[in-house]
Structure formats: C-alpha cells, structure tokens
Ligand binder design. Structure first.
Ligand SMILES: Nc1nc2c(ncn2[C@@H]2O[C@H](COP(=O)(O)OP(=O)(O)OP(=O)(O)O)[C@@H](O)[C@H]2O)c(=O)[nH]1
Ligand SMILES: [K+]
Ligand SMILES: [Mg+2]
Length: 423
C-alpha cells in the first residue's frame, strides 16, 4: 500500500496563503474527513476544515484532483489555507493525526510524478534547477528542461534509432543461411545524421554551469588589488583589503548576477614564489587550483606572467601609472573602467553558458549521451549487421538512461534530495 503524503508546498509562514498538498490513495477520504463530501473535481470550493475531534481548523479553498492526470499521477488534494504559523501548524497537525498519512520527504511529490511517468528524469532535473534559479539565465535554462524540450528530443533520438534497428533487422532476415545480407546503401549516412545531432548538443557547455555560475577568478601577485576589485564588482566589502602583502589566504567565493547572467566571483591569495609563510603558501596552492577551475581569469599582474586565455587587468589606474598595452584599466577606488570590464565579463560568460532557450546536457546527461554517441559512431563504421544491431541496442539503452527509464534508487535519492519538502 502506498503512503498518502502531505506537506506545506508554499513558502515558510507567515504568508497570505499557505498551500498544503495531500497526495496518495487516502487523499479523497482525507478531504472528506476534513470538510465533508468532496467538491466536484478540479473546482476550487470554499470549505470549513475540522479536525477529527471536531475542532475548527480554518476556512479554506479546497480542490480535489482525482488521479492519474494530476501533478503526482495520484489522487491529489490542495488546501489553500490562511498563511499564519498557527493555522498551518493546526492543519498539518490534524493531517499528521490521521491514520495512513505522513509528512512528505523532500522532493517526494516530484519523485512520485516521476515514478508514475508524469515527468521523466530530465524534466525532474530541470524542475530542481528551476526551483533553485536565482537569475534570469538560470530560470530560462531550467525552463527548457523542465518544460520537456530535452525529453522530447531524446524521444526523437530513440525513435530514429529504433527505425535504424528495424532496417538492420530486415537486412539480417533477408540474408540466407551463410550470408546475413547487406545494409541499405545510405545506412551509414542515416546513422551519422543521428550521431551528428547528439554531438552538437554534447558540444554545448554543460547546463551545470548555469546552476553553479561562471567562475571568475581574480589572480595576480600579492597587493595587486584583487580583493579590492572583487569587492568593487560585488558592491560589498566581502574580502579583507589591506596594504599588507599576503592579506588574502583562503579562497573567497560569492555568487553574483550580472545582467541576469550567473557568476561566481572567486578571490584568491596573491601568487609569489618566495617569502610566503606557511599559511600563505597553502593559500597560493589553493589559488593555483582555482585557476584550473576558472572559466574566466582576471589577471592583475605582469603581462609576461599572464596565464593563457586570461583577461589582463591594470588596476589602481587612479594612481596614474603608464598604460599597459591591451589591458582593461580600472580603479577599485574611483570605479573608473569597471563598467567596460563588467561588460566584457558578461560577454565571455554568455559564451561559456548553454545557448539561451536551447537544450543542453548537464554532467550526468553528458556522460550517458557520450555513451550513446560512441555506440552510434561504431554502428556507422562496422558493416556486419549483427554487430551493428548490437551497437544500436546499446545506444537505445543509453537514451533510456538519459530519460531515467532505468535509474537506480541512489540516483533518484541524490536528485530528489535537492528538492525542498512540499515539492
Ligand atoms: N589607489 C588605489 N589603491 C588600491 C586600488 N585597489 C587596491 N588598492 C590598494 O592596494 C592595496 C592592496 O589591495 P588588496 O585589494 O588587498 O590587494 P590584493 O591583491 O587582494 O592583496 P593580497 O590579498 O595581499 O594578495 C590596499 O592598500 C588597497 O587599498 C585602487 O584601485 N586604487
Ligand atoms: K593586500
Ligand atoms: Mg586579497
């Protein structure tokens, strides 16, 4: 027997309205117990809610959604109560006291939607990102996956591969005993077409970049002005600034949205070969690790030592030193040059993200799609229909894994654990 679960699905009280969801086989009987006979399906109705012992709970707008065409795929009830802390506590307490009901775990409503085939794994992943989205680019990126665009594309790939498999089976069937028959002349091209479309999506930056933010690392020698510039871009005094060389030791990270694009700004210890104490030396080691992880490096140092691909920044331009060729001249003190530098960071950030409004893979999806691609490539190269059939089967299995048709409990725990209670 499946548990019937309930949870507060709206934000923390107090609020104007609190939405409490109940999902599972006892949803209808629970609503009846609270407020008398169920109202017509999908029609919000104003009802008085009573506890089992007859105590008055609240006057609420209640809606009854019979399954399976519901958000969870199960019978579902929504109570729109007054959003006061005590009101919510009283209603949740009354539900807790009902036999067969228990509070939902984080993400459990969505997990049920997945288990009941209402959404696939890519849509659930998109939903998790959508709920966590803080910037416009994150929202739009997550919507693509949550709205099912990636799911649909995977379905198309599966169908195409299924069609190819049918062609191979036909070739195998038409062969006589010693000879398995020939694949159609354009078979290689057909396989290459599917492989090419998978490859194009694989070539896009990972969708995780959107979630994590583009990493912008401030690097250079001690006292270059890294922390000052870091603070200036954040418009906040986060990192300690001082005239003492070796002030910053730990890596300091802060998320920031610039023009709706998500970035993670990373301040690091000044790089120097000699003269650093033990703690500073550890900081320098960490700074080097950050350089490797960065998508954008702002180099506030000698152009000669500049890491490949970094943006050269000449800071403290208010002090009036000679211009460095090809550098962005800025001052953390006067703010001069900052808008131009920020514009460049935004431009590079957009390039390092999946194209807006387009499907992209996250890390999990990339790993599985890469397997699919490898199978397809091999299928396009070999001529033996029996082996080709095997590769196509493996490609299809990879597409199944992409949409979560055969996911493990562990994978699902990891994903749905990212959701909050009530989602
Ligand atoms: N005039 C002027 N002084 C600056 C500017 N930026 C930083 N400074 C000064 O330069 C000194 C070093 O600045 P920090 O921001 O601590 O430099 P840092 O690169 O983070 O230094 P470490 O963490 O020690 O590696 C401080 O005295 C700052 O006030 C600037 O744009 N103009
Ligand atoms: K300093
Ligand atoms: Mg510093």
């Amino acid at each position: 027997m499946i548990d019937t679960i309930f949870a507060l699905s709206s934000g923390a009280p107090p609020a104007g309205i609190a939405v409490i969801r109940i999902s599972g086989p006892e949803a209808e009987s629970t609503l009846s117990a609270l407020s008398g006979p169920c109202p017509p399906a999908r029609r919000p109705s104003l009802r008085v809610l009573h506890s089992r012992l007859g105590g008055f709970l609240d006057k609420a707008l209640v809606t009854w959604f019979p399954g399976p065409a519901t958000a969870t795929g199960e019978d579902l009830v929504e109570l729109h109560c007054h959003g006061g802390r005590a009101v919510v506590a009283a209603v949740l307490g009354a539900l807790e006291a009902m036999p067969g009901l228990r509070e939902a775990q984080p993400g459990e409503f969505t997990r049920r939607a997945f288990m009941n085939g209402r959404i696939d794994l890519t849509e659930a992943e998109g939903l998790a990102d959508l709920l966590a989205a803080e910037t416009e680019w994150q929202r739009l990126g997550a919507l693509v996956a949550a709205g099912g665009a990636l799911s649909k594309r995977i379905e198309i790939w599966r169908e195409l591969v299924l069609g190819l498999s049918a062609e191979v089976e036909a070739a195998i069937d038409f062969g006589d005993e010693d000879d398995v028959g020939e694949l159609p002349g354009d078979f290689g091209e057909s396989v290459a077409f599917v492989a090419g479309t998978v490859e194009r999506v694989l070539a896009r930056p990972s969708a995780d970049r959107l979630r994590e933010g583009i990493r912008v690392v401030f690097a250079g020698p001690p006292n270059a002005g890294k922390s000052s510039l870091f603070n200036a871009l954040l418009e906040e005094g986060v990192a300690i600034v001082s005239a003492e060389a070796g002030t910053t030791r730990d890596v300091i990270e802060r998320p920031v949205s610039l023009d709706g694009v998500p970035f993670t700004l990373v301040d690091t210890a000044g790089l120097r070969e000699a003269g650093a104490g033990e703690i500073e030396a550890i900081g320098i080691e960490r700074a080097r690790e950050q350089l490797v992880r960065a998508q954008i490096v702002l180099w506030l140092g000698d152009p000669e030592d500049r890491p490949e691909g970094s943006i050269l920044v000449q800071t403290k331009c208010d002090l009036g030193m000679a211009e460095v060729d090809g550098a962005f001249r800025v001052s953390a003190v006067t703010g001069e040059g900052l808008p131009v530098l920020v514009e460049e960071i935004i431009r590079l950030g957009k390039v390092a993200l999946p194209p807006r409004g387009n499907i992209a893979f996250n890390r999990r999806q990339k790993a599985v799609a890469t397997q699919a691609l490898e199978c397809l490539k091999r299928a396009g190269e070999i001529r033996d229909p029996l082996l080709v059939a095997e590769e196509l089967r493996a490609a299809r299995a990879a597409f199944d894994a992409l949409s979560g048709r055969n996911s493990t409990e562990e994978m699902l725990d990891a994903l749905f654990g990212r959701f909050c209670i009530g989602k």
